[in-house]
Design a protein around this ligand. Structure first.
Ligand code: NAD
Length: 289
């Protein structure tokens, strides 16, 4: 397929490289970075015009909307605008509506799996949009990922992503504070892991991505909390979930508290560029001596 790829950062560059390796004709564009091994355009519209699929991997909803307004008018009817960024549900739906007016198909397809998954081609895609658009994009999901779940109409991919990450943020905080409490109670961390990971308190945060160094499978805690999944990205996703909850009137008190704690951690403590599981040493420090 002829593919325009806009946003060649930490995630976009390896995703585009995998599409090139699979034999697709990819033209990339980024306002700041110029990764090697990719054919690059001087403007976003040059990457988009004549493409069967345009993929975007951008930092935020406002940037996505601005790029979509630029490029949808030059896309051919029946082409697919495939956004893989994590953005707010309203931006995803606004872009889909702009595309529909121009006869362009649109999918919101945020990913899980991080930079490692992008490089290895093992991302999971959560996809909103029509059956027809999903069918056209499926071969590309197969190259860039290991799984694509069609979650319903436009915006539902973003909805699935922020619901998942709201659960993740809350369970990570709960796991970290439980370790901090166990320390104070004189309960050995390994013993606590052995119990909780096989009892009703188990979760991905405890069992797979344990925030305590030296406990459970390898995780960023064993690498001095280098990300992994950076705290500021978790904060971004928790803000998106609370923005969505406010917009539709959903009651999400745990999600709100998780957002506030990550805001304090990232912005109050300046903990940028550290893994989101580094809440554990923070909670330990915050405890009374
Ligand atoms: P990044 O900041 O490394 O990359 C974004 C790129 O977009 C940058 O290279 C930037 O120059 C470019 N850009 C900004 N404005 C542009 C414009 N108008 N036109 C063209 N390019 C423009 O971010 P990333 O880590 O690659 O993340 C991209 C998206 O994926 C985000 O929405 C993020 O939330 C999501 N995501 C990231 C991860 C992760 O682990 N990094 C995991 C899952 C989802």
């Amino acid at each position: 397929m002829k593919i325009g790829f806009i946003g060649l950062g930490n995630m976009g560059a390896p995703m585009a490289a995998n599409l090139v390796a699979a034999g697709h004709d990819v033209i990339g564009f980024d306002t700041a970075t110029h990764p090697e091994g990719l054919t690059l355009a001087d403007h976003a519209v040059d990457a988009a015009s004549g493409a069967d699929v345009v993929i975007t991997m951008l930092p935020s909803g406002p940037i996505l909307r601005a790029v979509a307004m630029q490029i949808i008018p030059v896309m051919e009817a029946g082409a697919v605008f495939l956004d893989c960024s994590t953005v707010d549900v309203e931006s995803a739906r606004a872009v889909a509506s702009l595309a529909a007016d121009a006869g362009v198909l649109a999918l919101d397809a945020p990913v899980s799996g991080g930079i490692g998954g992008a490089a290895a081609g093992t991302l999971t895609f959560m996809v909103g949009g029509s059956d027809e658009a999903f069918r056209i994009a499926s071969p590309l999901f197969d190259v860039m990922g290991q799984k694509a779940v069609h979650c319903g109409p436009s915006g539902n991919g973003q909805a699935a992503k922020i619901c998942n990450n709201m659960v993740l943020g809350a369970t990570m905080i709960a796991t970290c504070e439980a370790f901090a409490l166990a320390d104070k109670l004189g309960l050995d961390r390994q013993a606590m892991f052995d119990v909780v990971s096989t009892s009703s308190g188990y979760s991905w945060s405890m069992n797979v991505y344990c925030p305590a160094p030296g406990i459970g499978p390898q995780s960023p805690a064993d690498n001095d909390y280098k990300p992994g999944f950076a705290s500021e990205l978790m904060l971004k996703d928790l803000r998106l979930s609370q923005h969505a909850a406010d917009a539709v009137g959903a009651d999400t008190p745990m999600g709100r508290l998780a957002r506030d704690l990550y805001a304090q951690f990232v912005e109050g403590e300046g903990r940028v560029g550290v893994d989101f599981s580094a809440m554990l040493p923070w909670f330990v420090r915050r405890g009374r001596m």
